[in-house]
Design a protein around this ligand. Structure first.
Ligand SMILES: [Zn+2]
Ligand SMILES: [Zn+2]
Length: 299
């Protein structure tokens, strides 16, 4: 029997944004104001992931004093080093870094830097691949990555390159067990906040517990829709969600089963065409076109 840990594990869903910038790099708001904005918007946690570059002093924004009983922070950074196959600097999201993570060495490549961050305990995500036309070869050079940003809100709003399901689907088709995260990449400049987030299952709203759940895929991602349960059975999957217009289960290549109907909140979809592809993942879309994505499960 397949189990999606996000819906089977004990604990509560904690809403968080794991890709954000502040005045420690090129964001418009101070770390204090970024945390306040997310806390006031009802988020349970945020990770400030400023650009880890020499020109900003290799910042790891220390947000530990901004933690409270109902809101927490995870230390992180967006890592950069040469070079993708198009010759651009890598963008790698690292969530759960130590405050003293050492600056990038002069000869350190993107994949080597990502490896060092993973070894330091961070959750690693391939940031906004559609935004800079990251290739499969690039993605395969990051075997330590836990996730792909399936949705990056800033990239969507400001460059129309926010959706990266193409890369996740190709990786999954090769058997790569990588999860999917939605993020804001907020700089608080031009409608780039509160558009993509993760719902992480954890018993306590504690940074270490949240990072552990991210690494184990115990979360789903959303632009707004709520997924309450996903239950895989032998031949079908049952999904309960906030009122949706399309609920679908996707598999390898073009494999898909769906129900299209206004206001649906409970759907059962068959898996017989999906199963031979080796994996399944669920997407819920509401009437406004906003989506929620589960992580893939594997036969
Ligand atoms: Zn970036
Ligand atoms: Zn960024």
């Amino acid at each position: 029997m397949l189990i999606d840990p996000a819906f089977a594990a004990a604990g509560h869903f904690r809403k968080g944004n794991i890709h954000t910038h502040s005045t420690r790099s090129d964001g418009a708001l101070s770390p204090e104001d970024v945390c306040r904005a997310y806390r006031d918007a009802g988020y349970d946690f945020v990770s400030l992931t400023d650009h880890f570059l020499a020109r900003y002093g290799f910042p790891i924004a220390d947000t530990r004093l901004l933690r409270s009983a109902r809101f927490t922070t995870i230390l992180g950074a967006e890592l950069h080093a040469p070079a993708t196959s198009l010759g651009e600097l890598w963008h790698v999201l690292a969530v759960g870094l130590p405050a003293d993570f050492a600056p990038t060495a002069a000869d350190e490549t993107g994949p080597a830097l990502a490896r060092r961050a993973a070894d330091a305990g961070a959750f690693i995500a391939i940031a906004h691949p559609a935004w800079y036309a990251l290739t499969m070869e690039d993605a395969e050079s990051l075997p330590m990555a836990h996730a792909v940003e399936i949705y990056n809100h800033k990239s969507h709003v400001q460059t129309d390159r926010g959706h990266s399901s193409y890369l996740a689907d190709q990786l999954h088709a090769t058997g790569r067990r990588i999860t999917l995260c939605a993020v804001d990449d907020a700089h608080f400049q031009g409608h780039d906040c509160f558009g993509g987030y993760v719902m992480v299952k954890a018993i306590d709203n504690d940074p270490e517990a949240l990072v552990a759940s991210l690494k184990s895929g115990t979360y789903y991602s959303s632009q707004g829709p709520v997924i309450e349960t996903v239950e895989y059975r032998e031949d079908e999957v049952e999904i309960a969600c906030s009122p949706a217009s399309v609920v679908m289960v996707l598999g390898r290549g073009s494999r898909a089963e769906k129900r299209v109907e206004r206001g649906i909140t409970r759907v059962t979809l068959p898996l017989d065409t999906i199963r031979p592809g080796g994996f399944a993942r669920v997407v819920v879309a509401d009437a406004a076109g906003r989506r929620a994505w589960t992580n893939p499960v594997w036969w």
